[in-house]
Design a protein around this ligand. Structure first.
Ligand SMILES: NC(=O)c1ccc[n+]([C@@H]2O[C@H](COP(=O)([O-])OP(=O)(O)OC[C@H]3O[C@@H](n4cnc5c(N)ncnc54)[C@H](OP(=O)(O)O)[C@@H]3O)[C@@H](O)[C@H]2O)c1
Length: 352
């Protein structure tokens, strides 16, 4: 389910504050005068302080603090959830460190995190198909790493999917789905995923396998068995990749997806035979090679990916394993681990 016109990753919205708030990187601002319009749980009509992780300036993980903030509220097209778990993404520490300051400046204090799961407790104007009490997961319009978060996009959480695992789905699934739509991958074709054991990589592997593709994925040796268990063909990254992949795919690679940005676009072009068959989400030199880079604000936004992942989970065809959980007070440690760049699945922050 997506809130039309409020999407953080491609649908135009007006005003810098709203753009940034929708990207989950601003301190939540109370939605004035909305109370008559929202469907609140009866006991939530009064304003209250709640705990959220914020940072007041760029820096290392130590700038992250648990603070009391005013509760955020769902605007038109949004829902609010009592957060049960929040996902950790590389995007979070790139924002926190200031690495994205030139392209995505933020106001301080800023909230943390894009991905959350929880139970709906407010439904904004114009929202259909979801009600107070529903369990959902989705992309936050306010910082996700908090006791309450406002979501701009969401999907229903299957009952058998844990809140912790669901919290890892939103960004990884949307990004993987968006990347796999450009260039298109047909059933029976061979996909190479660079960084197959990370959040986005694992989502791409499983979407492509479910779509009938053969998938070769690069990962460090320790993650090969897991990739094999999904049905992918693992290989190590690093020198000699072209030769290793050619042995595994004697008929060639149809599409290559770089989910790491480790500087291997020339090898991926060599393997596919064309820059047009390579897509990256993380290599800033893409344009130099004529390779398409897809970013969160770009075309091809795929909010449907979350519901698709939920449906595949129910069919036993999709998992993003929870590598480790952290408390709200330990978000700094979660981001520090994410920054090391070798997670299998997702780091998750548990809330409440
Ligand atoms: N453009 C967008 O829309 C968009 C959206 C989301 C994320 N991103 C970016 O995409 C990247 C991946 O995100 P993520 O959430 O999937 O990260 P992640 O969950 O932290 O995964 C990182 C993965 O990279 C692998 N890896 C590390 N060094 C590698 C190398 N030299 N070659 C190949 N694989 C290597 C690791 O595998 P091993 O453990 O097996 O070494 C690990 O599984 C980040 O840079 C993130 O900022 C971009």
């Amino acid at each position: 389910m997506a809130a039309a016109g409020l999407d953080i990753r491609g649908v135009p919205i007006s005003g810098r504050r709203e753009r940034e708030q929708t990207a989950g990187i601003l301190a939540p601002r109370t939605c004035r005068g909305h109370h008559k319009k929202c469907t609140h749980a009866a006991n939530l009509h009064r304003e209250k302080a709640l705990k959220a992780v914020q940072f007041a300036g760029y820096g290392g993980p130590e700038v992250l603090k648990v603070v009391d903030i005013e509760e955020p509220h769902a605007r038109a097209g949004q829902i609010r959830i009592a957060v049960r778990a929040a996902g950790v993404n590389a995007f979070d520490w790139k924002i926190r460190s200031g690495a994205l300051a030139a392209v995505m400046p933020i106001d301080f204090p800023a909230g943390v995190g894009m991905d959350a799961s929880g139970v709906v407790d407010e439904v904004g104007d114009g929202v259909e198909g979801v009600a107070v009490g529903d369990a959902v997961f989705g992309t936050a319009a306010t910082g996700a790493t908090a006791q309450y978060a406002v979501l701009a996009e969401w999907a229903k959480k299957p009952e058998s999917l844990s809140f912790e695992e669901a919290a890892g789905y939103p960004m990884s699934t949307e990004t993987a789905c968006r990347a796999l739509n450009l260039p298109p991958l047909e059933p029976g074709q061979t996909l190479l995923v660079n960084g197959a054991a990370g959040g986005v990589g694992l989502a791409a592997v499983q979407f492509a396998l479910a779509g009938g593709a053969t998938v070769i994925g690069t990962a460090s040796e320790g993650n090969h068995e897991y990739l094999r268990s999904l049905g992918a063909i693992p290989t190590t990254y690093g020198p000699g990749l072209v030769g290793r992949v050619r042995e595994l795919a004697p008929h060639g690679v149809d599409v290559a997806f770089d989910a790491v940005g480790s500087g291997i676009l020339p090898e991926l072009i060599e393997l596919t035979g064309s820059a047009g068959k390579v897509i990256t989400i993380a290599d800033s030199r893409a344009a130099e090679y004529g390779v398409r880079f897809t970013g969160g604000q770009g075309p091809g936004h795929a909010p449907e990916a979350r519901a698709e992942a939920a449906a595949l989970f129910e069919q036993g065809k999709f998992r993003l394993p929870v590598a480790e959980t952290f408390s709200l007070e330990n978000v700094a440690a979660a981001q520090a681990k994410s920054e090391q760049g070798h997670v299998l699945g997702k780091y998750i922050v548990t809330v409440n």
